[in-house]
Structures are given as structure tokens and as C-alpha cells.
Ligand binder design. Structure first.
Ligand SMILES: [Fe+2]
Length: 174
């Protein structure tokens, strides 16, 4: 896929900007932070998604891969109120921005046979964050009473990999 195929409202400046950042060959953490600066200035609105996509699903949160190439992907996530992820980490750096709803994030440290909670954050509309593995074990929950829509940019081709998750954790939290 190349930028000529990017037809979603507001997505093209983001895709061409991420392409330029990735081409600089920074380390993962600095790439995530540079992409966060870009996303902060270019966060698309809800019309990035079609009305049908913005319905979400009663069963679980839904992801839409909006753009994927060898070294990065742009994914929209739609969460109805109360929907969230299991505890997981990622295959690559990730930068995300909140378009609507609240992404309540709980962070964990892997102690081998159990996890320890090390932090919590409420990510609100307009807010952008970036991170890189290791140390990115978390779960995310839409704690607002509104539909949650967020945009996630990963430093990998998640279409080819089948997703952004490296590992799911079913260890006890102590
Ligand atoms: Fe995640």
C-alpha cells in the first residue's frame, strides 16, 4: 500500500509524516516520540471512520487497519463503553491518540510467575502518547459512557503479522 491509496479523511498527512520519521532510522523509543509529536498536530476527527465502523460491536472492541506497509501501520480502535483488552504487550513501538471516549490504561511489570501493577493513566480526547517495548505490558478499558475511538500507529506491518500483540498475559496480578 502506498500513500496514493490513502483516502480516509485526515489520514494522508499522518501517513506521509510517519513515512518520513521512520526513514530517519531513529531507535524505537525516539521514533514513537517523534510520531507522537506528529499525531498531536494531525489527529483526525471521528469522520476518519464510516458511520458503520463507528457503531462498534456489542461483542468486543473492534480494530480497523487503515494503512499498513512494511515498517508501520495505522489502526483505528472502536470501543463501546466498558469494552477493553486483556493484558498484553506489543511487537513494536506504538503511538496512540484519543479521538473520543476515555482509554483507562493499567500498566504492569512481569515478575516471572506473576504481574505487579505499576501505574494507571486516563487518556482523554486529544491526548497522544508513545511508548516502545520492553516495559509495555498493559490493559486498556473505555471507562467513559461514550463510544471510544482511538488511533494507534505501530512500527510493524500488523496486517502481515495478524495483529500488534506480542503476548497475552494470564499470570495472576499480586
Ligand atoms: Fe496495547
Amino acid at each position: 500500500m502506498n500513500t496514493a491509496t490513502v483516502t480516509r479523511p485526515g489520514l494522508e498527512p499522518l501517513v506521509s509524516g510517519v513515512s518520513r520519521i521512520v526513514a530517519r532510522g531513529l531507535d524505537a523509543r525516539d521514533t514513537a516520540f517523534a510520531v507522537a509529536d506528529l499525531l498531536r498536530d494531525n489527529l483526525p476527527g471521528p469522520d476518519l471512520l464510516t458511520p458503520a465502523e463507528r457503531e462498534g460491536s456489542p461483542d468486543r472492541y473492534v480494530t480497523h487497519i487503515l494503512h499498513a506497509e512494511d515498517d508501520f501501520s495505522v489502526v483505528a480502535v472502536v470501543w463501546r463503553p466498558g469494552q477493553g483488552t486483556p493484558i498484553h504487550d506489543h511487537v513494536s513501538w506504538c503511538t496512540f491518540g484519543i479521538i473520543s471516549g476515555i482509554e483507562h490504561e493499567t500498566l504492569y511489570r512481569d515478575m516471572g510467575d506473576h504481574l505487579v501493577e505499576i501505574g494507571r493513566a486516563d487518556n482523554l480526547p486529544g491526548e497522544v502518547s508513545g511508548f516502545a517495548p520492553p516495559g509495555d505490558i498493559h490493559k486498556v478499558l473505555n471507562t467513559s459512557s461514550e463510544l471510544g475511538v482511538s488511533l494507534h500507529i505501530y512500527g510493524a506491518d500488523v496486517a502481515k503479522l495478524g495483529g500488534s500483540v506480542r503476548r497475552l498475559y494470564d499470570l495472576p496480578v499480586k
